[in-house]
Design a protein around this ligand. Structure first.
Ligand SMILES: [Zn+2]
Length: 590
């Protein structure tokens, strides 16, 4: 369980307040500012060792440096113990504008030291154990300290690649005890939109998805084709005819007078390629889409380019959302555009964010339950948001079962944030063929008409999503568990009770029956994003998420603002309160 220790009170309400929805005025950090900030954070971590838990023999590797518009600084670190990387040792050190220590958010409450860093098992023995356990091909084995449980152990971390027969994704991170050879955990590295449990349920029910893909008029209109002045390659305005979002503009790259490729130079060279029905896990091995007239797709899946139109539109719309709403420049905030591969694998009924590839992978459906490529807009928003979460707090499940289902509060929070920001992206994009709403997966054509929804999560009976926190949340399947914070977000944004937004009717209940007044979706998104990037770590649970969002609201609006109180109220309305905060780390079997 993570903890946040604040050394000073929250920002007062007279600190600079940004208008809701406005992008942070954060200029890119200069190398000098970054270096000074990191140096100060490292020194503070050691000087405040009782709070930060950073002990002798430990080194801190920088993962992220953020400077708030109000001046606070946050440095996210991964930790090593005697040169061995620590799993679950991540922390964020908070500094004020003058680089003085403010506090820390840390994943492990305990010391991460192990008695010895000399393994009994060799790396190749560990790799063999991992491969046998997961049924795939092991990459190299890296020695780590696994500090996720209260007694840290020396272990190996092995990435195993396997055929995606069970839909849990092609890559797994397997941790093997370096003394006993026991497999401690096997965690899918690629998040699938369709979880193993959901797949089984849909098959058991014999459901066949009937996606909302109205027939289009065929070829898109001709794109604008100005004569390039400065030679090739150059940005060009094309048009696409998609499966789910109608006819859409696409910025492409003109590589010769009559040749265009599906790569967007105005968005960090974000590009979509085809995996050609193979399980390719490197973007470089995908095949680029090219055309002579800058018109893409036909509006039906019969044309293999059509799914690429949806993918390219969705990934670039997500890039735009994070950039214009949060000032985040790409999934990793490094300016790189999003990448996608469509036609991934044979009969794959899923869509994944693959951090190893650094790309989205879209299957074409299994031909039984799902008969269309899984390229719906909010699927893309959800999955790319997993990429953003992985690049920031990197929330982890507390356990994964044999079938690949993930459990626990931090994993549930991960799924919830992917739904929240996926929804935010849908509103920001505001495509008339894909009207924005608080529903997820509503274009997949499921019988219950959506997969999850934020206003009253329990309306979902497929994954059994919950409306409120209870002690079952400690070990609930992550999609089912996501309802706690998703519901809190909806209440914070829109308030409780009956409400119609953009033609969609909602009726959001509260745990205690008392009403919640919303502060608006844009303010709610800013609070959640700041909480994710500053005050959450790999083990953050729902009660810590409450504290993280309260701190974020205090940063932006002040500690006695209406917004701060609304955050507190929204969490209470899903039964997450100061009073029922667990006093110790809840048991989590792995
Ligand atoms: Zn997910």
């Amino acid at each position: 369980m993570a903890g946040t220790a604040a050394a000073t009170p929250s920002h007062s309400s007279d600190s600079a307040v940004r208008p809701a929805g406005a992008a942070p005025a954060a200029a890119p950090l200069s190398a000098a500012v970054k270096a000074e900030t990191v140096k100060a954070a490292r020194a503070a971590a050691l000087a405040h060792a009782p709070a930060t838990g950073v002990g002798r023999g430990e080194t801190l590797a920088v993962k992220d440096v953020l400077v708030d518009p109000e001046g606070k600084r946050h440095v996210r670190f991964a930790r090593s113990y005697r040169g061995v990387p620590v799993v679950g040792g991540d922390l964020v050190v908070h500094l004020d504008a003058k680089r003085a220590y403010l506090g820390v958010t840390r994943a492990a409450r305990h010391q991460v030291a192990v008695p010895s860093t000399t393994p009994s098992l060799s790396a190749s023995q560990a790799a063999a154990k991992a491969a046998a356990h997961t049924g795939g091909t092991a990459g190299g084995a890296e020695l780590v300290v696994d500090a996720r449980d209260s007694t840290p152990v020396l272990a190996y971390r092995v990435t195993v690649e396997k055929k995606d027969a069970d839909g849990t994704g092609p890559l797994h991170s397997v941790v093997v005890d370096a003394a006993s050879g026991k497999v401690v955990s096997s965690t899918p590295l690629t998040d699938g939109f369709i979880s193993p449990g959901l797949r089984k349920k849909l098959k058991d029910l014999g459901q066949q998805a009937a996606p909302d893909t109205p027939a289009r008029s065929g070829r898109p209109a001709a794109g604008e084709r100005p004569e390039p002045g400065a030679g090739f390659p150059a940005a060009a305005n094309g048009t696409g005819s998609s499966l789910f979002v109608g006819s859409v503009p696409l910025v492409t790259t003109r590589t010769a007078k009559d040749s265009f490729t599906l790569k967007d130079p105005s968005r960090g060279d974000g590009e979509t390629r085809t995996a050609g029905g193979k399980e390719l896990n490197s973007f470089a091995s995908g095949t680029a889409f090219t055309t002579s007239d800058n018109r893409w797709g036909s509006g039906t899946a019969a044309d293999p380019v059509t799914a690429a139109v949806d993918a390219q539109y969705g990934t670039t719309a997500t890039f735009d959302y994070y950039k214009s709403v949060f000032g985040r420049d790409g999934i990793k905030d490094d300016g790189a555009g999003p990448r996608a591969m469509v036609h991934y694998g044979d009969k794959v009924d899923n869509a994944y964010w693959d951090p190893d590839c650094g790309c989205m992978l879209y299957g074409d459906g299994d031909g039984e339950t799902f008969k269309q490529p899984l390229v719906a807009l909010d699927v893309t928003g959800h999955e790319l948001s997993h990429g953003v979460i992985g690049a920031t707090a990197d929330l982890q499940p507390t356990r994964v079962d044999k079938a690949g289902n993930q459990f626990g509060e931090a994993g549930s929070l991960n799924e919830s944030l992917a739904d929240i920001f996926g929804t935010g992206m849908e509103f920001h994009t505001n495509n008339p063929d894909n009207p924005p709403n608080y529903l997820l997966g509503e274009k997949l054509g499921l019988e219950q008409t959506f997969l999850r929804r934020l206003d009253k999560p329990s309306l979902d009976t497929l994954e059994g999503t919950v409306d409120y926190w209870d002690e079952g949340s400690y070990d609930r399947e992550v999609h089912a568990g996501s309802g706690v914070s998703s519901h809190a977000f909806y209440l914070l944004a829109e308030g409780s009770g009956k409400k119609t937004v953009g033609g969609f009717a909602y009726d959001s209940p509260t745990y205690d029956g008392a009403p919640v007044t919303g502060i608006g979706r844009q303010k709610a998104e800013q609070i959640l994003y700041r909480a994710l990037t500053r005050y959450m770590v790999s083990t953050t649970d729902f009660h810590e998420a409450r504290k993280a969002t309260l701190q974020a609201a205090a940063d932006i609006h002040g500690g006695d603002s209406a917004e701060y109180k609304a955050v507190d109220r929204a969490w209470a309305a899903v039964n997450v309160t100061e009073a029922n905060t667990p006093r110790q780390t809840p048991p989590a079997a792995r």
